[in-house]
Design a protein around this ligand. Structure first.
Ligand SMILES: NC(=O)c1ccc[n+]([C@@H]2O[C@H](COP(=O)([O-])OP(=O)(O)OC[C@H]3O[C@@H](n4cnc5c(N)ncnc54)[C@H](O)[C@@H]3O)[C@@H](O)[C@H]2O)c1
Length: 381
């Protein structure tokens, strides 16, 4: 069969990751890119050797030879671009959060179903080999009944009041920041690994920098460390730097999560600990090749990723032998492989987080915001 022809919209930090990992697929090829103007698109296209580059993504949607698009633009553009792409009959991978509100996300779920296109929200953490291993160890009963899940998603790239990015602006990033940006990754992974649903949340969010200094000129994500005082202007901030969230799952399972974007020294630390009636599991996204397995009555283990040691169903998430680390970029390779398999065989769509996963997370984000504003437990819709 011919390769799936793909366009990437948005060529910043994660757009590059998408392009590079489309190129690692055998059954898909990158044929075009779009950014918000011709110059940005052309400079990225030149650097990465993509001949077709445009400042108007609609040109690509109008091209019947393009089968699929990856949406890698800031959050406020996800809904209109995804809506236009689905309406044009394209298969769509959209970066998280899927939209600005759960209402928008629900409309995308319905539209994708109506048009019969393959759809995915980029919850790429599911595709780490050790994330698949944890999920399998819970599913087989090796962990026992899961009683508690706890952890954090902590970063420091917004530590100073001079750290600035479009994610801080609610009209671009959404009314939630830390929860929508990173907490949703943790919650998606928690539900994926345990197979259990969060029934209610009790949250307190905090904004430690109520005013930040915005650079007077545009900068790319993570690239704002070299500006001088005269390069900034004050901007009030309403989105959260931090959150503490209690989680009530079905049955007697309980959980607790902190999210923090001002945690000095934590670059991108996702820590997840799962405690069952037989074993404990702990996984740190900054050391993704290691999985701690805890026992009350025996030695604890450190499983170092090795396909021969993983559960059979988790093995296909690792392409390299033991001792050869697989990391962040590889999760996108694994994700896209399954997405393009689903484009050929719809029965494989269950292997990827669909738009329904994006909708689920927006409902949780909204429940967290409501809980923090009103106090007490809130059930997601
Ligand atoms: N899954 C992950 O691990 C992960 C990691 C980073 C970012 N993301 C998500 O990816 C998205 C992009 O984040 P980023 O960090 O790459 O941002 P970025 O600021 O680095 O890049 C965004 C790009 O989109 C372009 N753009 C803006 N508006 C556009 C439009 N209307 N049409 C075309 N291009 C447009 C910008 O010019 C820029 O090149 C966000 O939704 C973010 O939440 C996900």
């Amino acid at each position: 069969m011919s390769k799936v022809r793909v366009a990437v919209i948005g060529t910043g930090f994660v757009g590059r990751v998408h392009v590079e990992n489309i190129r690692r697929q055998t059954d898909a090829e990158i044929v075009a890119i779009a950014d918000q103007n011709d110059e940005l698109a052309a400079s990225f296209g030149g650097a990465l050797g993509i001949a077709r580059a445009t400042g108007d993504y609609r040109e690509l949607l109008a091209d019947a030879s393009i089968d699929a698009v990856h949406i890698c633009t800031p959050n406020h553009t996800h809904f209109p671009i995804a809506r236009d792409a689905i309406s044009a009959g394209k298969h769509v991978i959209c970066e998280k959060p899927l939209a600005m509100t759960s209402q928008e996300a629900a409309a995308l779920v319905d539209l994708a179903r109506e048009k019969g296109v393959v759809n995915a929200t980029s919850y790429n953490l599911r595709f780490y080999p050790n994330a698949a291993q944890m999920r399998r160890m819970v599913a087989t009963g090796e962990v026992g009944e899961v009683l508690a899940i706890q952890g954090t998603y902590s970063q420091d790239w917004l530590f100073y009041d001079t750290d600035y990015n479009w994610r801080l602006e609610p009209e671009v990033g959404g009314v939630s920041r830390a929860m929508a940006d990173i907490g949703s990754h943790w919650c998606d992974l928690a539900e994926h690994v345990t197979g259990r649903r969060i029934q209610a949340v009790c949250a307190e969010l905090a904004t430690f920098h109520p005013v930040r200094k915005k650079p007077k000129r545009a900068i790319e994500t993570y690239a704002g460390k070299m500006l001088k005082p005269e390069d900034y202007e004050d901007r009030p901030i309403s989105t959260e730097d931090f959150g503490a969230i209690l989680l009530r799952f079905d049955g007697r399972m309980r959980g607790a999560l902190t999210i923090n974007q001002v945690a000095a020294g934590r670059k991108n630390r996702l820590l997840m600990e799962v405690y069952g009636t037989k074993r404990g599991l702990a996984w740190d996204g900054e050391r993704p090749n290691e999985l701690w397995i805890g026992r009350r009555d025996g030695n604890n283990e450190l499983l170092v990723k090795d396909p021969s040691l993983l559960e059979a169903e988790a093995r296909s998430f690792a392409d390299l032998p033991g001792g050869h680390a697989e990391g962040y970029a590889d999760t996108f390779k694994q994700f896209f492989r399954r997405f393009y398999a689903a484009c050929r065989d719809r029965s494989r769509a269950s292997e990827i987080p669909g738009f329904d996963a994006g909708l689920r997370q927006l409902r949780l984000v909204e429940a967290v915001l409501r809980s923090s504003a009103e106090g007490g437990w809130v059930e997601p819709e």
